[in-house]
Design a protein around this ligand. Structure first.
Ligand SMILES: [Zn+2]
Length: 255
C-alpha cells in the first residue's frame, strides 16, 4: 500500500467569535482558501472518495495525497466551501446526519450553526461534494443497542441515498467515538470505510486530523505531516506537553 493520504476534518467555515464557538469549529473562509491553496502549492493531490477507497483497496496514490472532509452538514459547507472547491476543481466529502436536517441554531448559538435541510443536502451533492453518513442524529455510538446502531448506520445511509440518489459509501463517527460494535455495524451496513478522529482502529475507524479555528499556517503545515496523529495521540495523554507544543507553534488569534 502506498503512503497514507492525510485526511483533514473540517466542520464549518465563517468568522464566528470565540465565545460563540467554544469548540473552534469555524475556520474563516479566507483562511480555508489559503489552506487549500497551500495544499496545492505543496504538491498535494486532493483525492475524491472513489480514489480514496481505491487506495484502501491497494491502488497506488501520489505520495502526497489529501482527502478533505466536513462534518455535520453546516450550511457554510454549501454556501462557502463548495463554490471555493468547485472553482479549483477539487473533490471533498461532507458527513451529514439526516435526522437533524434543517436543525438549529440553538438559542445561544450563532446563525452559522444552522444545518442543511434535505434540499440543501441535495444541492451540496449537485455542487460536486460527495455526501457521507454521520449517523442519524449525531449521538455518540459506543454503547448503542443493535437497533440504535442500525438506525445510525443502515437507516441513516438509506435516508441520505433517498435525498441524493446515491447511497453514501463512507461513514464518520459522531465526536469520532467508536467501539467494536459500532465499527461492525458500519462494516455490516455496507460502507467501504469509517472515519474516526485521532484514535484510529483499522479500515472502519480511520484517523483524521482536525483543522479548526485555532490553526495558523504553521500548525496547518505541521498537521499535514503523517506522524501528526501519532504525536497528537501521545500528547493528549500529557496535557502539559500539549500546552508547550501550542506555545511553540502558536495559535490563531480569535476575536
Ligand atoms: Zn459531528
Amino acid at each position: 500500500m502506498s503512503a497514507a493520504p492525510v485526511v483533514l476534518m473540517y466542520h464549518g467555515l465563517g468568522t464566528v467569535p470565540a465565545h460563540q464557538d467554544p469548540d473552534n469549529l469555524f475556520v474563516p473562509v479566507d483562511t480555508f482558501a489559503r489552506q487549500v491553496d497551500r495544499l496545492l502549492q505543496r504538491g498535494y493531490h486532493v483525492l475524491g472518495e472513489r480514489e480514496f477507497i481505491a487506495w484502501l483497496d491497494g491502488a497506488p496514490t501520489p505520495s502526497r495525497s489529501a482527502l478533505l472532509t466536513f462534518d455535520d452538514g453546516l450550511v457554510s459547507v454549501l454556501e462557502d466551501a463548495a463554490p471555493l472547491l468547485a472553482e479549483r476543481g477539487l473533490p471533498s466529502i461532507a458527513y451529514v446526519s439526516p435526522g437533524l436536517a434543517g436543525a438549529g441554531p440553538g438559542p445561544d448559538d450563532p446563525p452559522e450553526r444552522r444545518l442543511l435541510d434535505d434540499s440543501g443536502m441535495a444541492a451540496l451533492a449537485d455542487a460536486g461534494v460527495t455526501l457521507g453518513c454521520h449517523s442519524w442524529v449525531h449521538d455518540s455510538m459506543p454503547g448503542m443497542t443493535r437497533s440504535e446502531l442500525a438506525r445510525a448506520t443502515q437507516d441513516a445511509g438509506e435516508a441520505i441515498g433517498a435525498i441524493t440518489g446515491q447511497a453514501p459509501r463512507t461513514f464518520a463517527y459522531p465526536f469520532g467515538h467508536h467501539d467494536a460494535a459500532a465499527r461492525a455495524a458500519v462494516s455490516e451496513s455496507g460502507y467501504d470505510c469509517g472515519f474516526a478522529t485521532y484514535d484510529g482502529d483499522g479500515r472502519f475507524a480511520l484517523p483524521r486530523v482536525d483543522i479548526n479555528a485555532t490553526d495558523t499556517p504553521r500548525t496547518f503545515d505541521l498537521k499535514l505531516r503523517r506522524v501528526y496523529p501519532t504525536v497528537r495521540r501521545a500528547l493528549s495523554r500529557l496535557p502539559a506537553a500539549r500546552r508547550t507544543l501550542h506555545r511553540l507553534v502558536g495559535e490563531a488569534d480569535r476575536r
